[in-house]
Write a protein that binds this ligand. Structure first.
Ligand code: FES
Length: 168
């Protein structure tokens, strides 16, 4: 349970907002980092902390693509498929990834390393095609760069080609 392990963190998050319900996304992010996805138990606990109903929490989880209701791979690859990225090759990028990873959109590799998602605009429209992997953006992607990024992540768990963190 989150409260048992993170009471101080939760108190700190709640203290940052005039209305405690505003801490919903940070708490969901905490739950996702803890378990790799947002479990039903976590949603119920967060609803209790924030005086929300479980359906209100569920609605939020299903709205944001960076949150997942089921276990995902160590690296969550989220490819932007919105207009500006589509114009510079987002479809090709998705195709390369499916080929390299051997999975389709919404699937996880057998070794549980990568989950592939197609998402809407990530706010990096001038540097497409691009994707977000966990908290990091990777931009102006080419087939060669994608291959190196996946290999670096497989081998070392990190990649120097990231553009910087995206923080929820
Ligand atoms: S359209 Fe891809 S980041 Fe905005």
């Amino acid at each position: 349970m989150l409260r048992a392990k993170y009471q101080n963190v939760i108190d700190d998050l709640l203290s940052r907002y005039p209305v405690k319900q505003s801490a919903l996304l940070p708490l969901l992010n905490l739950a996702q980092k803890e378990e790799g996805y947002v479990s039903q138990a976590a949603m119920k606990e967060i609803a209790g902390i924030l005086d929300l109903t479980p359906p209100q929490v569920f609605e939020t989880v299903t709205f944001y693509t960076m949150l997942s209701l089921k276990p995902i791979g160590k690296f969550h690859v989220q490819v932007c498929r919105s207009l500006m990225c589509a114009l510079v090759g987002a479809d090709n990028l998705l195709g390369w990834l499916q080929k390299h990873l051997g999975i389709g959109v919404g699937q996880t590799t057998q070794d549980k390393m990568f989950t592939l998602s197609a998402v809407e605009c990530l706010g990096s429209c001038g540097t497409g095609p691009m994707f977000q992997i966990n908290d990091d953006y990777y931009e102006r992607l080419t087939e060669e760069k994608v291959g190196r990024i996946l290999e670096d992540l497989r081998q070392t768990g990190d990649c120097a080609m990231k553009s910087g963190p995206f923080l929820l």
